[in-house]
Design a protein around this ligand. Structure first.
Ligand SMILES: NC(=O)c1ccc[n+]([C@@H]2O[C@H](COP(=O)([O-])OP(=O)(O)OC[C@H]3O[C@@H](n4cnc5c(N)ncnc54)[C@H](O)[C@@H]3O)[C@@H](O)[C@H]2O)c1
Length: 384
């Protein structure tokens, strides 16, 4: 069986690889030729291309393109729409189109279908949102249950057959809207709980109570509690963005999404809280002070900078006239600056935003007068 995966990023490329390993003939299609070039060297088993002509005669087309926010902070479905127009040329009678991109409920039925098959009778459609957490050692594409909702029974069972060859378990739901909503529920759950613990941290700070000790105490309860820890904010392509897709759809339908909106605000404002705490720790304003941001990526051990709160922190620090530099082994050069060597530079303040595994803790501690660790993982220094 020949399949095409549209978009070869964090989601599409691993899927294309796994499908190729599982015996499918796979076309990995991406409009960005740099992406194709960078991946080509280490993937002989699948055909990577930016030539859309190779998309003919596939039985399955999987859409895995970005779903960001636009400059107004609203859902931007332009990539999904563009991919759908491409597939409109190639999907034929009986082809199955699966959307894995995260989006609001109704995207498959109301946005993708009308472009690809306005009559709605030729092509089969299913939603099977990707749930991958890049670099997670325990949970991957294979052992994370795949939720599938087709527009018709036939679409659901064809999608089920496909994913059953790739994933250990599939979970079928009654419609694409259920699958789309489930994905948004998962990520909004994280956004809201992270915001709650971040706000709780600010409350504990005002009351002068050590928040981590409180969290550990609460976490001894074996039921009805789930541990979340504070941090600089949320980043990446999912947690800061997907809840906004849900809120927009909710508000358009006349429902309230105030909790989601507030959670977004709390997380977005965390870099300001962190900076204010840092000023208190230092006992003076930051003007002229040498400040090092440790960890630019939005999470450990990856280079991904998308929506990273470290960059928001950098902008805030820059506005105070602090001398900002950074240390992050995944980014040798950033904003025209070089990653600083912790063994040979001295700072007034180091703020640990993200802790990569290769961070040299003893060098960090000796490099800075004050170390403020937002990850809550480095012993003997200040924590959020
Ligand atoms: N990154 C994650 O951890 C993750 C996890 C689960 C779900 N998702 C969701 O999966 C989707 C893809 O995310 P990603 O992280 O892989 O994005 P990405 O930016 O890493 O990759 C998307 C790729 O699609 C390509 N592209 C854009 N428009 C195209 C088009 N019309 N035709 C062909 N290729 C096109 C881009 O060039 C890019 O290489 C998003 O909806 C995202 O929310 C991401």
């Amino acid at each position: 069986m020949k399949i095409a995966v549209i978009g070869q990023g964090y989601v599409g490329f691993p899927l294309a690889q796994l499908a190729a390993k599982s015996g499918f003939e796979v076309i990995g299609y991406d409009t960005n030729s740099n992406v194709i070039e960078s991946l080509e060297s280490f993937e002989p088993k699948l055909k990577l291309t930016n030539n859309e002509g190779l998309l003919t005669d596939c039985q399955i087309y999987v859409i895995a393109v970005p779903t960001p926010l636009d400059t107004k902070g609203e859902p931007d479905l332009s990539y999904v729409i563009e991919a759908s127009w491409t597939l409109a040329k190639y999907a034929v009678n009986g082809s199955l189109v699966i959307n894995e991109s995260t989006s609001y409920p109704g995207t498959l039925r109301e946005v993708i279908l009308p472009i690809i098959d306005p009559s709605g009778v030729k092509v089969l459609f299913a939603s099977a949102p990707e749930r991958i957490d890049p670099l997670n050692k325990n949970w991957n594409l294979k052992n994370t249950t795949r939720v599938i909702g087709g527009l018709t029974q036939e679409a659901t069972s064809k999608a089920e057959q496909f994913y059953a060859t790739l994933c250990e378990q599939v979970h079928l739901v009654s419609s694409p809207e259920v699958a789309e909503s489930a994905k948004l529920l998962e990520n909004t759950f994280r956004q809201v709980n992270i915001a709650f613990i971040n706000q709780f941290t600010q409350i504990m700070d005002k009351l002068n109570i050590p928040v981590h000790e409180v969290i550990e105490a609460a976490n001894t309860k074996p039921f009805g509690f789930m541990k979340f820890t504070p941090g600089l904010g949320v980043g990446g392509h999912c947690i800061p963005i997907d809840p906004i897709y849900l809120a927009e759809k909710a508000e358009l339908a006349g429902a309230q999404a105030s909790l989601i909106r507030t959670a977004d605000q709390i997380n977005t404002q965390m870099p300001k809280f962190v900076m204010d705490r840092a000023i208190r720790l230092l006992g003076s304003d930051l003007s002229g002070k040498k400040v090092c941001i440790v960890g630019l990526s939005y999470k450990s051990n990856i280079a991904d900078l998308r929506s990273s709160p470290s960059l928001a922190l950098w902008d805030l620090l820059g506005a105070t006239n602090a001398q900002v530099s950074y240390h992050d082994s995944f980014h040798p050069i950033f904003r025209g600056m070089k990653c600083v060597d912790l063994s040979s530079t001295q700072f007034d303040l180091a703020i640990v935003a993200t802790r990569h595994s290769d961070l040299n803790i003893s060098q960090l501690i000796s490099s800075s007068q004050v170390v403020f660790d937002c990850t809550g993982t480095i012993a003997g220094v200040h924590w959020l």
